[in-house]
Design a protein around this ligand. Structure first.
Ligand code: FCB
Length: 450
């Protein structure tokens, strides 16, 4: 396998004056306060309460207690010179039953966060849906029920009206391929549903919601910058054998093209024969309704995947060759550290002329961190971030669109099915005491952004 790691010198100025620097989080992973002040249950509240779903039986009921400690954490963002903070809204805090009665305490809470950010000169970047559907809506089929489009429109309308006077940057969804794939096909994320009969309608309804949500934002907030985010991994075939190459093409369509192409007006990728059964969910007019002219696309990249043909894997006939079997350096998640991945993904998305702007809305790594003398030295994370950013600069220098970079993530937090085991933060959290310690990666970022 070829390696294209390069040592490219870089500093903040080389990215240009307008480049957006930030840090990303998500409600479920940090907030805690799972039932405070009128919040309704989300699918993650229910999923984490089931036995055997989350590593070590962890749950996010307290998480990093951001709900109560938001000031401390936003102070830290300020201290680290980070000008942009991306966070998500919990739908069931705003609408405990998913639709209907509004919980004013939920709106007040997000207002406190937004106002505190603005007070400190930090721009809030809002994600409307980062995977936590209200449980009440899941009881009615969740993403498999086409009514979700109307539920979502109701929720987005409330958020746009409540926060739009101050929030200028919006992301409709976070990684639809992950929450539909892991939550409605593999069953390893909430709500734990499996199989094509759940996956296919969930895909189509999520895609419809992306466009419908964006249209509402545009209508209510014509001045706002509107985007949506996708999980993207650079895909390479295991060998030059035509079967491996074809398998890699299929996986690339599934992981990298499934959601971006319909919103750009290109339809679902037709190579994916697995999507054949989706026709019955696509109603007249839908293909047009999937389109939206987003101001930006958020790309989230962590790694690359190596793909091999596999006769036995149903539907896709392809398998990922695990990084740990390839003798490459890996993170706690088992993901390969492969900095050029972010360059190749930028190049790939730059091939869509319809995309106006690209922000890297997540990038980062989990490594084992240890506290010594009240300090956390994390050279591997610093190296990871430095090398990935060098590849971003490489893309920029070659003329590709790339307009910003957000580190995943601010503090160590609840990493979905992996619980608290992987630590992704540039700030360490002791989950017993909730004490925060800025890691050397945090200091490094602060220095870069000074
Ligand atoms: C992304 C998710 C984010 C976080 C990182 C590690 O897929 O959007 O919430 O879990 O991975």
């Amino acid at each position: 396998m070829k390696s294209d790691i390069q040592d490219i010198p870089f500093n903040k100025q080389l990215f240009g004056e307008d480049f957006i620097w930030g840090v990303s989080t998500a409600a479920v992973q940090i907030e805690g306060a799972h039932d405070a002040d009128g919040k309704g249950a989300s699918i993650w509240d229910v999923f984490t309460a089931k036995k055997g779903k989350i590593l070590n039986g962890h749950h996010h009921r307290t998480a990093t207690d951001f709900y109560n400690r938001y000031q401390t954490d936003i102070d830290l963002i300020k201290q680290l010179n980070i000008p942009n903070f991306r966070f998500s809204i919990s739908w069931s805090r705003i609408l405990p039953g998913g639709t209907g009665v509004i919980n004013q305490a939920g709106i007040d809470y997000y207002n406190r966060i937004i106002n505190y950010c603005l007070e400190l000169g930090i721009q809030p970047w809002l994600t409307l849906y980062h995977w936590d559907l209200p449980h009440e809506l899941e009881l009615q089929g969740g993403w498999t029920n086409r009514a979700v489009v109307n539920w979502f429109i109701e929720y987005v309308t409330i958020c746009a009206n409540a926060f739009g006077d101050r929030v200028k940057h919006w992301m409709v969804m976070n990684e639809p391929s992950v929450f539909t794939g892991a939550g409605y096909f593999l069953g390893i994320h909430a709500p734990g549903k499996k199989g094509m009969k759940n996956f296919l309608p969930a895909i189509h309804h999520a895609a419809l919601c992306m466009a419908a949500g964006a249209k509402i934002l545009r209508k209510i907030l014509p001045e706002a910058e509107i985007g949506t985010t996708f999980s993207c991994s650079y895909i390479e075939p295991y060998s030059d054998k035509p079967k491996d190459v074809a398998a890699a093409t299929r996986v690339d369509a599934l992981l990298n093209r499934l959601f971006i192409e319909p919103i750009l007006g290109l339809g679902y990728p037709t190579e994916l024969t697995v999507l054949k059964g989706m026709d019955k969910y696509i109603l007249p007019g839908d293909v047009d309704n999937l389109k939206f002219d987003f101001d930006f696309i958020g790309i989230q990249n962590y790694t690359r995947e190596i793909v091999q043909h596999s006769f036995f894997t149903p539907y896709i006939h392809a398998t990922l060759v695990k990084a740990e079997k390839r003798k490459v350096s890996i993170t706690t998640m088992g993901w390969e550290v492969y900095p050029a991945s972010i360059y190749h993904i930028l190049k790939k998305y730059n091939q869509y002329p319809q995309i106006k702007k690209i922000y890297l809305t997540e990038s980062g790594a989990a490594f084992k961190d240890e506290v010594t003398d009240n300090k956390v030295d994390d050279p591997k994370r610093v190296e990871y971030l430095r090398q990935y950013l060098q590849q971003v600069l490489r893309a920029k220098n070659e003329g590709f669109k790339v307009d910003g970079y957000f580190i995943w993530t601010l503090t160590d937090n609840f990493e979905w099915a992996e619980g608290y085991h992987p630590r992704f933060g540039i700030i360490y959290v002791d989950f017993e005491t909730q004490q925060r310690i800025v890691k050397s990666s945090g200091q490094w970022y602060a220095e870069l952004l000074r």
